[in-house]
Design a binder for this molecule. Structure first.
Ligand SMILES: [Zn+2]
Ligand SMILES: [Zn+2]
Ligand SMILES: [Zn+2]
Length: 481
């Protein structure tokens, strides 16, 4: 495959091969021990299974339904299409605002979408660029007046009242959410649940990727092009950009600390070992070049495999070019090489972990449904029209969906008869991954989860697991083979 040649792959060949070479088992052990300690968990350890990659093992006994681990994400992002269905903190993915704002905003966007479908498509791009705060929805509403939305102005007005807080729904106080905090860089894309999340996100990823007032017009334009391309092709590119941004910012933090302690080294321009340290979360992860391992879709002929893989490579290259236009720094040429970009994307695709957070809006309507008949009838006079407008299948849409990489969760291997599962309990209200034991697990046993629907027949399981690049050898598969 030589369609695309990336000059950075050649220029930084040695550094790249160093970044992609496997870590020694001592480093692996230390890295995960540290991570488990930081998460304040005990009872598990990550071990190298020799030629079989890493695995997670228990160091104590777990009973059925015991919590094994809550894992914080290294990077995550909400799917582009899901951003209109629910408003969550861009850092911890907790729902924010209020029940009223969540409902009003979702219905408002639905309304815009259905109106712009009937209009000629002039307004479609407006919809995708909508911001998420009630303040801005008002601005949008002013625009939308051009969009023949006036026919049902009472409905419009009630949505607006929900969003700006003048219409309070009964019992909504029982489902209080944190307030909406704006991005410190002034963009309208990201919102937070607290100053702490806003500042952390800014420091860790967002300061390089913000399209707000603090970025120059040129950078802003380039970033928007990059984001639009990712939204219309594959939003894994957004995650990859976050990883690159994280690595650059983490490197700079480590470099500043290092120079503070060794002022005599000030002249040293670039300190590669510090970049390797910043890169650790990626270097530890299982990954391959995206376009090389992705399994061939059913509708692609075997003879077209080469051109299919080339197409993916070209797509990644195009995305990377757009990202370079936006945030390239000479010092970090190796991070902007196609080889590194392909491996970062591969990390997400191979460890494909869903970001899921249950919606308080569903809880709210379930609560109303459970009221005594008299109280329920009174309450539903107000809430029913909104529930009807959301539709019977609203619960399928209003949960957070996105992709994330969880460093410890990703070390758990697959089995078709697993002893653990990822499961959100009522109290788990943010984006962290929660792993529970599904049966008694003795000390020293491997913790396994299922990457797929394990109730499927053998053949279908094999097909689905091919996407993760392996053939399952669990006891069940061996017996059904
Ligand atoms: Zn938050
Ligand atoms: Zn921002
Ligand atoms: Zn299996």
């Amino acid at each position: 495959m030589s369609d695309v040649d990336c000059q950075f792959d050649v220029k930084y060949k040695d550094q790249i091969s160093c970044m992609l070479s496997p870590d020694n088992s001592n480093d692996v052990k230390n890295y995960y021990e540290n991570l488990i300690r930081k998460r304040q968990y005990c009872g598990i350890e990550v071990k190298d299974k020799r030629f079989m990659g890493k695995g997670t093992f228990t160091t104590e006994v777990f009973g059925k339904d015991d919590l094994i681990l809550k894992d914080r994400m290294f990077v995550a992002s909400q799917h582009h299409f899901n951003k209109m269905d629910c408003l969550v903190c861009s850092h911890c993915f907790r729902y924010i605002g209020s029940i009223e704002l969540q409902i009003g905003r979702k219905l408002f966007f639905d309304h815009l979408k259905s109106s712009s479908k009937t209009d000629d498509d002039e307004n479609t791009s407006n919809v995708s660029k909508q911001s998420h705060s009630p303040k801005n929805c008002e601005i949008t509403h002013t625009n939308s007046e051009k969009m023949k939305l006036n026919n049902d102005s009472t409905y419009q007005k009630s949505l607006e009242a929900l969003m700006n807080g003048t219409l309070i729904l009964p019992y909504s106080k029982k489902f209080r959410l944190p307030p909406v905090i704006s991005c410190p860089g002034g963009c309208e894309e990201e919102h937070y649940c607290s100053e702490k999340c806003a500042i952390n996100d800014w420091k860790i990823y967002h300061s390089l990727l913000c399209t707000g007032l603090k970025s120059t017009p040129l950078k802003k334009e380039a970033l928007i092009k990059f984001i639009e391309h990712a939204n219309s092709t594959n939003d894994v590119f957004i995650l990859a950009a976050k990883v690159i941004s994280y690595t650059i910012l983490e490197y700079k933090k480590r470099r500043d600390n290092y120079l503070k302690n060794c002022p005599q080294k000030r002249k040293q321009k670039f300190i590669f070992p510090l970049l390797l340290e910043a890169w650790k979360p990626v270097s530890m992860a299982f990954k391959e070049r995206w376009w090389d391992f992705v399994s061939l879709p059913d509708d692609v002929d075997k003879n077209d495999e080469l051109s299919f893989r080339n197409e993916l490579k070209n797509l990644a290259n195009h995305s990377l070019n757009l990202l370079r236009e936006a945030i390239f720094e000479e010092e970090f040429g190796q991070l902007f090489s196609l080889e590194i970009y392909g491996n970062i994307i591969g990390m997400f695709e191979l460890n494909n972990l869903d970001l899921v957070v249950a919606s308080p809006v569903e809880d709210y309507f379930l609560y109303i449904d459970g009221l005594n008949p008299l109280e329920k009838a009174k309450t539903e006079k107000i809430t029913r029209p909104f529930l009807d407008a959301l539709g019977d299948d609203y619960a399928d849409y209003i949960h957070v969906s996105g992709s994330a990489f969880f460093p410890l969760h990703s070390c758990m291997n697959h089995s078709c008869c697993p002893n653990a599962k990822a499961f959100k309990r009522d109290q788990d209200r943010d984006g962290q991954a929660v792993i529970l034991a599904t049966q008694y697990i003795p000390k020293g046993a491997e913790v396994t989860i299922s990457y797929i629907d394990e109730s499927l027949p053998y053949k279908d399981r094999c097909l689905q697991l091919a996407d993760y690049g392996f053939k399952c050898k669990c006891l069940r598969c061996l017996s059904e083979e």
